[in-house]
Design a binder for this molecule. Structure first.
Ligand code: SAH
Ligand code: MG
Length: 194
């Protein structure tokens, strides 16, 4: 499964999670026994399948707005028999409402919409659940702004910095940043980390 999807992603420039990032996340899911997962941004289903592969008791709901990627994800999910564990929804996550509570909400969609998705879907987070967001590093450009070459990159870095600011000043959630893959954040309700 992994090789085929990684190859497809590489050949078709689909921005799936980097290997160390997804492995870190899978290990986190295993250690904290997270079972109900909501993902924003399925792409071709790679991270959803990786997360589902941690345990048979894991259920993933994942949302994708690109019809082409949605269909490819559906095919892979069926092909590798994850259809009992993964429900994929076609639609724009800013318009899709999900019911129920999740132990993990994984935001991996449009960089400019992280705050919106955080605020919208925190209502679906269980009391001790976590919200993880991918791509807070933007290939090192957030940390080292000298690397920024274009106006477009500057715009994206500014959006990521706004989101980091939002997380850092959040009264309800405490966030830590993990330097794996393209940098992820882990946000939990309350003031302490175990
Ligand atoms: N999580 C995937 C990669 C996701 S790439 C993995 O690691 O395997 C980001 C995806 O988010 C893209 O496929 C893009 O189409 C989707 N996306 C962007 N904005 C979205 C939105 N508003 N609603 C749903 N999906 C969105
Ligand atoms: Mg990502």
């Amino acid at each position: 499964m992994t090789e085929e999807l990684e190859l497809y992603a590489k050949e078709n420039k689909v921005p799936i999670m980097q290997k160390d990032g997804i492995l870190y996340l899978c290990n986190y899911i295993k250690e904290h026994k997270l079972e109900r997962i909501l993902e924003i941004g399925s792409a071709i289903g790679y991270s959803a399948m990786m997360m589902a592969s941690v345990s048979l008791s894991i259920k993933v709901t994942t949302i994708e707005k690109d019809i082409n990627r949605y269909e490819i994800a559906c095919n892979y999910i069926k092909k590798y028999h994850y259809d009992k564990q993964i429900e994929i929804i076609y639609g724009d996550a800013s318009e899709v409402d999900v019911t129920g509570k999740f132990d993990l909400i994984f935001i991996d969609a449009a960089k400019g919409k992280n705050t919106l998705f955080f605020e919208k879907f925190k209502n679906n987070l269980s009391d001790d659940g976590v919200i993880v967001t991918d791509n807070l590093g933007f290939h090192g450009l957030v940390k080292d702004e000298k690397l920024i070459m274009t106006k477009n990159q500057r715009g994206i870095v500014n959006k990521i910095k706004e989101y980091i600011n939002f997380l850092d000043n959040n009264k309800e959630f405490v966030t830590e940043y993990i330097e794996v893959g393209d940098v992820i954040s882990i946000s939990k309700r309350g003031n302490t980390y175990e």
